[in-house]
Write a new protein. Sequence first.
Length: 213
Amino acid sequence: MSGIFITFEGGEGGGKSTQARMLGAALSARGYGVVLTREPGGSPGAEAIRTLLVQGDVNRWDGMTEALLLNAARRDHVNKVIKPALRDGQVVVCDRFADSTLAYQGYGHGIDLADLIEIQHAAIGPFAPNLTLILDLPPEEGLRRANARGGAEVRYENMAVAFHRRLRDGFLAIAADAPARCKVLDAARSVDAIHADVLTRVLAVCEQAGVKA
């Protein structure tokens, strides 16, 4: 595939969606072909599954059910949106991907990581991002930000702060296990400072991969 795949990860309220949009706009302004997408969701079938996951009661699903739903959505998303865009030489920028499943359902809900990885491989094989940017923030501050924005998709925000602390530990562990792919960024900085950091790193990956504007 001639394009590159960039993902944003991290807990609630870290600014992933904002940074993904800013990156997409900056790359488009430089002449890159960009597809901006998200998980869960990103394709019509996956968006239908998203509603099941992010709305409703906290105890609506257990961790394994969530993992199965997420990977069903991810398979549809990868096959119908992400891989076609990469074959076309575009930069795909995704707000969350498979690392979120390991963090939320694995570290957060306690599902065995080996089981989650096996389910993921069954759904999408060895497919992985070129670069993952983890926006790190203390969970108390992240939840404060997330709760301030409101909206209907608050199922995860309503989970206990201990759950969100486990998430943060999980994302940091994932980054430590894959340092070539994952870069941890301080999300307590200004939006513009984070964006400058993100853009520098992404442009370097584009150059390394030979992706031209």
